[in-house]
Ligand binder design. Sequence first.
Ligand code: EPS
Length: 386
Amino acid sequence: MALTYRTAGESHGPALTTIIEGLPAGLPLTPDDIDADLARRQLGYGRGGRQKIETDRVQVTAGIRHGRTLGSPVAMMVMNRDFANWSEDRMAIWEPASEVDPITLPRPGHADLAGMQKYETDDLRNILERASARETAARVAAGGVAKALLRRYGMEVRSHVVQVGPESTPLRDDLTLDDFEGVDDSPVRALDDDASARMRAAIKAAGQDSDTLGGIFEVWVFNPIPGLGSHVSGDARLDGRIGQAVLGIQAIKGVELGAGFELGRIRGSQAHDEIFWSDDRGYHRRTNRSGGLEGGMTHGEPLVVRAAMKPIATLSRPLASVDVHSKEATAAFKERSDICAVPAAAVIAEAVIAFVLAQALVDKFGGDSVASLDAAVERYRGVLAR
Ligand code: EPS
């Protein structure tokens, strides 16, 4: 069975739900495999008031027994504590809408206007509740499970922030797992202290101006098993699957793999990663401009994915908009929001990339149980060592 997941839940509704189908039976899991990433997603300098209300923890309601997956769908809930403040009126599940005024002032950059047109509603709360990045907590829960599966086969997923607004840190293609050791200690999840301080100052300045900031982050996956993904069809290529997953995160506007757009500016002789062999390392490369992917498949060097997040669209000094009732020019709707959520977006991207890799792992090695997956991976590693 293919590995898939689905989420449900509104930002201020009762809970977020994640259902994962197609996990092999017998995978050991602990609450911390999931909760640690939920907590990391809530951090980052520049977050808004919501994170003070929530302490995200997963509640498993199906698919796990005695700390192991059963092979049945795994269902998980993250409760929205804030629902208690909304359940009586604005997010009441059964009471009629007549009690609450519709919100009619769409925010530029948000899903509001196109969503109102598409779903034929004059209340943008019907759109923003699901468009909100609160939903990403449910995806991070799925990612925690995927990471546990990947870790079993030596694959480790990490991320760091490389740019916030105008402040950046030089890109490197030689990072190791150890370089990421203290990344969560930086309030912006940057690897160097100087960049971290500059990024923090930029967020502070944006906040003082009632403005928001986006940025750029990288996700690295270390020790990928070579041959995940496939060249045989466009939709099997891991490049495309990763692109879809990362661009499917709220506010992500660009994705690069390896050297990315830079590859369009240099010659072939400069662009490709030459192939070497040694007894201890097997096939390996001295450069990784391909970001670990050739022909839509992992080749064994780290997977490197970079993505750009636009500034958050909810501004406390709102941009120009139009009231969808009167069609009069007006300022856009204001709601509590973050100044910058790039550090959190990096954690979310870890989750969705981990899930794509877990899918590719299950696609390649199959099996209803981790025991059969283990055996298939071991056989394949034997083939690779020849
Ligand atoms: C978020 C929860 C949201 C926002 C933010 C991210 O909660 P609330 O709307 O109650 O403040 O803080 O979402 C957005 C910026 C957005 O545009 O949707 C979260 O949990 O990540």
